[in-house]
Design a binder for this molecule. Sequence first.
Ligand code: GRF
Length: 207
Amino acid sequence: MRIGILISGRGSNMLALADAIREGRIPGAELAVVISDHAHAPGLSRAMERGVATLSIERKGRTRREHEREIIAALQDHRVDLVCLAGYMRLLSPCFIEAFRLSILNIHPSLLPAFPGLDAQRQAIEHGVKFSGCTVHFVDETLDGGLIITQRVVPVLDDDTPDTLSARILSEEHKAYAEAVALIASGHYEIEGRRVHCISHQERHSS
Ligand code: GRF
């Protein structure tokens, strides 16, 4: 499975996926390309340093449709099967989602469906929840509302700030994203309604 990762900034989830692939923790996966919509995204140079194919496709001077068309063409050129959004700060249009139906994943720093959208960690603190975490989900036309693949939980401490909570969640994000991509790449899952189930070894061999 050839993976394309879209980033806009720091790229720590992208690096976590790149490491997991390199270390064989995502069997059958290959990192085909990292694309940023910002030429100066720190994640882009970090990917380049590791010898990963990178592209910067900036929006400026283009409509959203033209911009997305260019990204889709680049993903197709690199024969990408699975698109992973990793801190990619633009909403994808229905055309993009249709081009990669059930083949786009995102990671979000809350336990969805709680706190979708921006500043999820601040939303969690302000709401007073005692636990938060991260969610890896399929991307559909809704904002952070696609089918949930995996979640990891962290406590929210009394003295947390958005920064301290973000850091605690981020280290779980790195594990969760690699686990979720490994599950999708293995094909050992099934979808029933909104539920994404992992199919066990036994179930696979008895059916
Ligand atoms: C992460 O918190 C991710 O959940 C959110 O954006 C942030 C990206 O961080 N979607 P990084 O660029 O992967 O370090």
